[in-house]
Design a protein around this ligand. Structure first.
Ligand code: C2E
Ligand code: CA
Ligand code: CA
Length: 470
């Protein structure tokens, strides 16, 4: 019933070359394989893993036996994608797939999920402790050089273990538990295994509650967008506003993204969330006007998640919202993070080109915080970078942060990109940014993100108090 998870190429699996098969049958086989296998590694995908875990739990509830699910995450995959390009990351994932498949018993299954995470099912275990032994063995196996003479290096992996005794839980809950334990292993420095326990149980429950809450808010269209002004440092003019997602609760309280984005990201709800934010932002910005005819109307910046690029129809969705709202495409700025640009490069760049062809401007968020390489930066059709708050907040007291800030602003200028600093809270920070030639800034010094109806009043008040013309 449960077969091994060894990599299986698509097509031609019965020894007959694919071209010898009738075309329709070959296509059908490929479609079937795609529905059950991860295309990159040929391993079972999430749907198959859920099915097999379900079978193991059913057996467990009859026999009272023990089943384990392991979530295996590669600690540096994102960094490798960023530094050496996606093909290097893909090659690594394939290698890990075959190492994992080779290290398991025949009755075990290894699968790979979207986002580069692997899962291992051991349907029958003598005792939970054997799952911990197995994790330690897999970590050691992956950390070794793959084969003698092979020039690859070992890989650091974090493993989370969830155990079910007597069929406890559901396939989804076991995967969730294993994932939570894996994230804890990673947060403790990686290259180690952690077992799901009561302290993590609370976290899983919280995430589950957050997901339900978000789903409800999306259904009831309670997602609001707050706007934070972005100021031109040359003349103090507000050039635009960044739209930031909020959820309005029935008691009048407002939830910030930290309360729902993690649950949105790992459930895929972030795609619907992004759609609702985009729709509102375009509609709101349509009414914004410039103070006089010589200036462009204020822009609206919308944050995009990596998942929205993976959903495949982002340019079409943006085009539809622009059409529906009547917003001038030049007014719409889309911000992507470094995780979004570590996805499959040709597909990503094609989507970015299509967005640029619509007339939309693209910016890289959290610039300077991490991994993006110069080569990557050059390949992306960007118009601006948002300098990460941690760097922008330097006030000159720490020489290394000043170097980073100078470097980030200088690099942006050299690449012909506008630089926008975020998180500006003090006059000293602002002065420093102006001295270093940063183009624009946003932060609590000017205004917090505000509901649409509070924008004009706050800006007027601020104007009276501040030497900045807002
Ligand atoms: P971000 O894009 O880097 O947004 C800037 C964050 O910094 C916002 O937090 C903003 O409220 C906060 N901020 C602005 N000025 C200051 C300041 O002077 N000091 C400090 N300490 N913080 C300041 P917020 O609204 O909590 O958003 C957090 C993150 O959530 C955003 O970071 C963005 O990555 C994400 N996010 C927000 N809305 C959306 C959305 O609609 N879609 C997606 N995918 N992500 C979103
Ligand atoms: Ca942003
Ligand atoms: Ca940012």
């Amino acid at each position: 019933m449960i077969s091994d998870g060894a990599a299986m190429p698509l097509g031609g699996q019965d020894g007959e070359p694919p071209e010898a098969q009738p075309a329709a049958a070959a296509l059908e086989r490929i479609a079937d394989a795609r529905a059950t296998r991860d295309v990159l590694t040929g391993l079972p995908n999430r749907a198959v893993m859920l099915d097999r875990i379900g079978q193991a739990l059913a057996d467990g509830s009859r026999s009272g036996g023990c089943t384990a699910v392991l979530s295996v995450g590669l600690d540096r995959l994102q960094q490798i994608n960023a530094e050496h390009g996606r093909p290097a990351g893909d090659a690594l994932a394939r290698r890990v797939a075959s190492q994992l498949a080779g290290a398991l018993r025949l009755m075990d299954t290894v699968g790979r999920f979207d986002g580069g995470e692997f899962a291992v099912l051991t349907p029958v275990l003598e005792s939970p402790i054997h799952a911990v032994d197995l994790s330690a063995r897999l970590i050691t196996e992956l950390a070794r050089r793959p084969r003698q003479g092979d020039d690859g290096e070992g890989v650091a992996a974090s493993i989370g273990v969830a155990v079910s005794v007597g069929g406890r839980g559901t396939p989804e809950s076991l995967l969730e538990e294993a994932g939570a334990a894996m994230r804890r292993a990673r947060s403790l420095g990686g290259a180690r295994a952690e077992v799901f326990d009561d302290s993590l149980w609370l976290k899983v429950q919280q995430r589950w509650i957050a997901r339900q809450m978000l789903q409800k808010a999306l259904d009831e269209r309670r997602v609001a967008v707050h706007y934070q002004p972005i100021v031109d440092l040359a003349d103090g003019r507000v050039t635009g506003y960044e739209g930031l997602a909020r959820i309005g609760e029935s008691d009048g309280s407002i939830l910030p993204p930290g309360a729902f984005l993690p649950a949105a990201e790992d459930s895929g709800l972030v795609v619907s969330l992004g759609g609702q934010v985009l729709e509102q932002a375009c509609r709101d910005a349509r009414a914004w006007q410039s103070p006089d005819d010589t200036l462009a109307a204020p822009s609206v910046s919308v944050n995009l998640s990596a998942r929205q690029f993976r959903s495949g129809d982002l340019p079409a969705a943006v085009r539809a919202q622009l059409k529906r709202s009547g917003l001038d495409p030049r007014q719409l700025h889309l911000e992507l993070t470094e995780t979004a640009i570590t996805g499959p490069q040709p597909a990503l760049i094609e989507q970015l080109r299509q967005l640029r062809d619509l007339g939309v401007q693209l910016g890289l968020d959290d610039f300077g915080s991490g991994l993006v390489s110069l080569t990557q930066l050059l390949r992306l059709p960007l118009t601006y970078v948002k300098i990460d708050r941690a760097i922008a907040q330097g006030d000159g007291s720490d020489p290394s942060s000043t170097q980073l800030l100078t470097g980030a602003i200088g690099l942006a200028a050299e690449l012909g990109l506008r630089s926008i600093a975020e998180g500006v809270e003090t006059d000293a920070q602002l002065e420093r940014l102006r001295e270093l030639g940063c183009d624009e800034a946003q932060g609590y010094l000017f205004a917090r993100p505000l509901p649409l109806h509070e924008l004009p009043e706050t800006l007027r008040d601020h104007n009276k108090r501040s030497s900045w013309r807002l």
